[in-house]
Design a protein around this ligand. Structure first.
Ligand code: NAP
Length: 312
């Protein structure tokens, strides 16, 4: 495994982060907690020391499972997120009000069974309900109270990121970034590089699409959000599968899998600190971790980008 400093923190985090959304179950079909625990433990054995979850993933289940899986394992860091309120019917509502974030953070600490959260992130903008400077001041207070070590923002646009940085020093952003979704290259990535803010890139496999296992007639399980996801439906799905086919051939020539190629591509961007990869099983983790062994040369990145552009 390779490690990189997160922002200006003292955390040296693995370039592959274990993403704990799917193991929560909601939106990802059936999951088995014992398999999830085995996957997390395999990740730690493979040198992954950074685990990303959120309170809303599985309505708390993801945090609870992560807490159990990491029992007795030292020298790992836990990142979680708050700001999406949830109930047992999967209904959600966003709130970045500092009072709410404080309660959410305390509940996360209990579920994770930890004394301090290494990185606490606001999950989403809350549709203008809480000004970003007010929200981030709430995180600063949580840090001063010793509940969290560092804080970051997820899914915010550049203008909010700028205002937030004028208010308090945060250490990371968490945006979507993969071969099929490169929007953040325009503004977010340069902003983070200029300000030494860590980038935790999520969905490097485009929610599994870039593993190459899907076919046009794939039947997603009820409750799997990919059933209605724009990348997995209609003409976009057909186009994405065509891209995947060519990338698979490219990966074969390099003697790696397309999943490894996709992760290596995300990690090749110098602004990216770590790629947050989701996995439900230990076997999946083993494949993902090996992506570290396939760094891409600039010429290869150009060729891969040309493939995707020509078929998009
Ligand atoms: N901040 C946010 O708003 C946000 C949003 C999304 C994600 N995230 C974070 O980023 C993490 C990763 O994102 P993601 O889960 O959307 O997507 P991803 O990493 O692009 O894809 C993960 C999924 O791909 C499949 N997969 C993984 N390894 C595989 C392998 N070796 N072979 C076959 N299939 C494999 C698994 O699902 P199946 O086995 O079911 O196909 C897995 O759950 C999340 O867990 C979360 O921590 C954050």
């Amino acid at each position: 495994m390779q490690y990189r400093q997160l922002g200006r923190t003292d955390l040296e985090i693995s370039r592959i982060t274990f993403g704990c959304w799917a193991i929560g179950g909601w939106w990802w079909g059936t999951v088995d907690d014992s398999e999830s625990i085995a996957a997390i433990r395999a990740a730690a054995e493979d040198g992954i020391n950074f685990f990303d979850t959120a309170d809303v993933y599985g309505g708390g289940r993801s945090e609870t499972v992560l807490g159990k899986a990491l029992e007795g394992i030292d020298n790992v860091y836990v990142a979680t997120k708050g700001g999406v309120q949830f109930d047992e019917n999967w209904a959600t509502d966003k709130s970045n009000d500092p009072g709410y974030l404080k309660k959410a953070c305390e509940a996360s600490l209990k579920r994770l069974n930890r004394e301090v959260i290494d990185l606490y992130q606001i999950h989403w903008p809350d549709e203008g309900k809480t000004p970003i400077d007010v929200a981030i001041e709430g995180l600063q207070e949580l840090k001063e109270e010793g509940k969290i070590r560092y804080f970051g923002l997820s899914n915010f646009g550049e203008s909010d990121l700028e205002v937030a940085l004028d208010t308090a020093r945060y250490e990371s952003v968490q945006p979507k970034y993969n071969l099929l979704h490169r929007e953040i290259e325009e503004d977010i990535l340069p902003f983070c590089e200029d300000n030494e803010i860590g980038v935790l890139a999520y969905s490097p496999l485009a929610s599994g699409l870039l593993t190459g296992k899907f076919t046009e007639d794939w039947e997603f399980e009820e409750g799997d959000h990919r059933k209605d996801h724009p990348d997995f439906t209609g003409e976009a799905f057909k186009k994405n599968l065509a891209i995947v086919e060519v990338l698979k051939e490219y990966a074969e020539k390099r003697e790696c899998t397309i999943a490894q190629l996709a992760i290596a591509w995300t990690l090749a961007n110098p602004a990216v600190t770590s790629a947050i990869c989701g996995a439900k099983k230990d076997m999946q983790v083993d494949e993902l971790v090996e992506a570290i062994d396939f760094p891409l040369k600039p010429k290869e990145i150009e060729e891969i980008n040309a493939i995707v552009t020509s078929l998009s």
